[in-house]
Ligand binder design. Structure first.
Ligand code: 9Z3
Length: 345
């Protein structure tokens, strides 16, 4: 997919990993699941975004339209934690949105209607092929007789993407809903889940968004930009844990739906055990584990009462730029079909 012109540029430097030789050990246990009281406290004390009603209406219409189809909610991108109410500074969670946007395309190709709950301005299904800064759409264009046209060598690929994009649009199969902050994400997730509840086992949750573990509660957030001279030039932050609502989703918000979460680690030695802990703690159906460093080439399925199952691209597949989501999504669909069948029996 990459236009040849990019080969001229030096490869992007990896800014996110391994710059220090010695760091602290981070082997904290998985946080406990939220109780009903935690849910009530959180949603009473952290106001819903003002646009939530409008978004809920769009979502209801979409679910109504697809009431006899399978619907997947794909979450994608990282949530932010504002440090100020009039936000200048915020903490971000790593995610470009590649996993979510790519996965959404494979679900669409397999006949699912997709609700794509994504970090605003992160990658989107289809446009991701041409919009990222390392894949700038202008590099695919050229001038011909005073007109802008797609370069001859990109025509076929772009036509294929364009047809799929138009087909999803025309059949109303893709609903794009944005979030930015952790609070917007949680309110929206809960609202969509409850809208999906009536369709039971035909709903699939594919929670690939990178969700903040800590936030500044409203009682402690300053209204205005923090001044640099405050606190003797040091900024000391006091963050609360974000309640773990996954079990509320499983038990109350959308019981009956199949739920897949992602576990992101950077230490290969703890990935599978952390994924298994999450599964046991939140009682859902599948955790897909991945390491930041290798996430595009290998992932691991961790399911209750089964040994873990790795999906890896072969060196040839990596060379041919096969997307690992083209293997992940059919495997999740197989599990979802079994889930629907079990619910019917
Ligand atoms: C993931 O693990 C995703 O696969 C990535 C995708 C964020 C690594 P990109 O968008 O990256 O393709 O650049 N998502 C889940 C991350 C997460 O926050 N998981 C929580 C955890 O690990 C549970 S919800 O504790």
């Amino acid at each position: 997919m990459e236009p040849h012109s990019h080969k001229r540029f030096p490869p992007t430097r990896r800014l996110s990993t391994g710059e220090r030789e010695q760091t602290i050990d981070r082997s904290a246990p998985v946080l406990p699941p939220a109780l009903e009281i935690d849910e009530n406290n959180y949603f009473e004390n952290n106001a819903a975004p003002e646009y939530l009603g409008e978004l809920a209406q769009q979502c209801e219409e979409f679910v109504q339209f697809h009431s006899s189809n399978r619907i997947v909610l794909v979450t994608s991108g990282g949530t932010t934690v504002p440090l100020e109410n009039q936000t200048v500074r915020f903490i971000d969670n790593f995610s470009a949105g590649t996993r979510g946007a790519t996965s959404a395309e494979y679900y669409l190709e397999n006949g699912y209607a997709v609700i794509f709950l994504h970090r605003q301005f992160s990658l989107l299904p289809y446009s991701r092929h041409y919009s990222h800064s390392t894949n700038c759409f202008l590099d695919f264009m050229e001038e011909k007789n005073e007109q802008v046209v797609v370069g001859q060598q990109y025509q076929q690929e772009m036509l294929t993407v364009l047809r799929k994009y138009r087909s999803a649009q025309e059949r109303n199969l893709l609903l794009l809903l944005p979030f930015t902050t952790i609070n917007q994400y949680l309110h929206t997730l809960r609202t969509i889940s409850m809208i999906l509840k009536p369709i039971g086992s035909r709903a699939l949750f594919y929670l690939a968004a990178a969700v903040s573990d800590f936030f500044v509660p409203p009682s402690r957030i300053p209204e205005h930009k923090i001044q640099s001279q405050a606190g003797g030039n040091k900024l000391i932050m006091d963050l609360d844990p974000v309640p773990k609502f996954l079990n509320r989703l499983v038990e109350k918000w959308a019981p009956g739906a199949m739920i897949i979460s992602f576990k992101l680690e950077t230490d290969a030695n703890i990935l599978v055990s952390k994924a298994r802990q999450a599964l046991e703690r939140y009682s859902h159906q599948l955790v897909i584990g991945n390491l930041l460093q290798t996430r595009k080439h290998e992932i691991v399925f961790v399911e209750p009462d089964s040994p873990e199952n790795w999906i890896r691209l072969s060196p040839e597949q990596i060379e041919m730029e096969v997307e690992i989501e083209s293997l992940i999504i059919p495997a999740t669909i197989e599990l979802h079909s079994a889930w629907i069948k079990k619910a019917k029996d």
